[in-house]
Design a protein around this ligand. Structure first.
Ligand code: MUC
Ligand code: MG
Length: 372
């Protein structure tokens, strides 16, 4: 039988990154996760995570605002409610709170983890069952230095930890970025798929020139070249080039996916539980994308182990993930707050096993990294 939600705690956890991670809008030296611990009246605990990139650099929710939203607005709406009916709780939240999908993703994840623990089933079981248990994971090269990126790529290929790479570009002059990308592609060879993420940095004309250059350099995919709200530019670019586009910031939820596809976009979409408002919501984006013939990619906002595991449970249920995943967030951090880290091997990661997410908090580590 189910039990009411008794407490919801949201805490900020700061872990340094293994090296600076340079994106078009910020350079990260530390990752801040919002970790949610939700307890029911039987003492079962659900874990959730909401994580973004660079404070407010990536989107309108910051780690601090996510914590405030959960503490001030979500917890009073949820405490005392039956924890089992996740759809009812989502409707309850959405009736009185708009947006804040990162915070909602942490809550939906914690509810799924809690339900899984109650039923002794994994989150992927709750989502219909895993189709694959070892998912491909690429690595992002973003040290800001071409030679360092090449060394990093070569050692990861040799260790069979990753065979595909995403490069963060857009902060430098176009031709400097193109030279950087072409040098890395030439160094890793045809065995590796090399993609770029521009994180909205180009206007449409720059993007058209950039895509022509990147196509010639052998790049496989160009992620979010233009500003998120400019859907028409993404559609026009997708019509103009054979080099496919991966829509990221433009598509948060199923409605965005429908609008982009209806406008004529062809390409792929980065699914992210954080953008959509949770694993269940991200799978709705996948359904719309698949119906429109848009390829799927398992995306991250560089979450730690809890958020990455939640996403992996969702991606594992998809028939096909055309472009693989990028669930490497935990590897970008110097340390972790879980007892058993995810098992990355053979250019991918194992879906964690056990009830719920299959993740357990290391209390000492959490106490150490938790922000006071
Ligand atoms: C993004 O925009 O895709 C994913 C991988 C990475 O390095 O940054 C993120 C965010
Ligand atoms: Mg992106």
């Amino acid at each position: 039988m189910s039990a009411p939600i008794q407490s919801i705690e949201a805490m900020l956890v700061d872990i340094p990154t293994i090296r600076p991670h340079q994106l078009s809008m910020t350079t990260m030296a530390v990752q801040t996760m919002v970790i949610v611990r939700m307890k029911d009246a039987d003492g079962l605990e659900g874990l959730g995570e909401a994580t973004t990139i660079g404070g407010l650099a990536y989107g309108p929710e910051s780690p601090e605002s996510v914590k405030l939203t959960i503490d001030t607005y979500f917890a009073p709406l949820l405490i005392g409610q039956d924890a089992d009916n996740i759809n009812t709780l989502r409707v309850r939240l959405n009736n009185t709170t708009r947006g804040n999908n990162l915070a909602k993703s942490a809550i939906e994840t914690a509810l799924l983890d809690l339900l899984g623990k109650r039923l002794n089933r994994s989150v992927s079981d709750l989502l219909g069952g895993a189709v694959q248990r070892h998912l491909p994971v690429l690595w992002t090269l973003a040290s800001g230095d071409t030679a360092k990126d090449i060394d990093e790529a070569k050692s990861l290929i040799a260790a069979r930890r990753h065979c595909d790479f995403k490069l963060k570009i857009g902060s430098r002059a176009l031709m400097n970025d193109v030279r950087h990308v072409a040098a890395i592609k030439a160094a890793v060879g045809d065995g590796a798929s090399v993609r770029v993420d521009v994180n909205q940095a180009w206007d449409e004309a720059t993007a058209a020139r950039g895509m022509a250059e990147l196509q010639a350099a052998g790049i496989d995919l160009v992620e979010q070249p233009t500003p998120m709200k400019d859907m028409a530019a993404l559609v026009r670019l997708s019509e103009k080039f054979h080099l496919p586009i991966l829509a990221d910031e433009t598509v948060a939820d199923a409605k965005d996916m429908f609008s982009l596809a209806a406008a004529g976009f062809a390409g792929a979409v980065a699914l992210k539980i954080a953008k959509a408002g949770g694993p269940l919501q991200a799978l709705k984006v996948a359904t719309v994308a698949s119906a429109a013939g848009v390829g799927l990619y398992g995306g991250t906002l560089l979450e730690g182990t809890i958020g990455s595991a939640a996403a992996l449970h969702a991606w594992s249920t998809l028939d096909r993930i055309h472009w693989g995943t990028e669930m490497f967030g935990p590897l970008l951090m110097k340390d972790d707050i879980v007892v058993k880290r995810l098992n990355f091997h053979d250019n991918g990661v194992e879906l964690p096993t056990g009830p719920g997410l299959g993740i357990e908090i290391d209390e000492d580590k959490l106490a150490y990294y938790r922000r006071e």
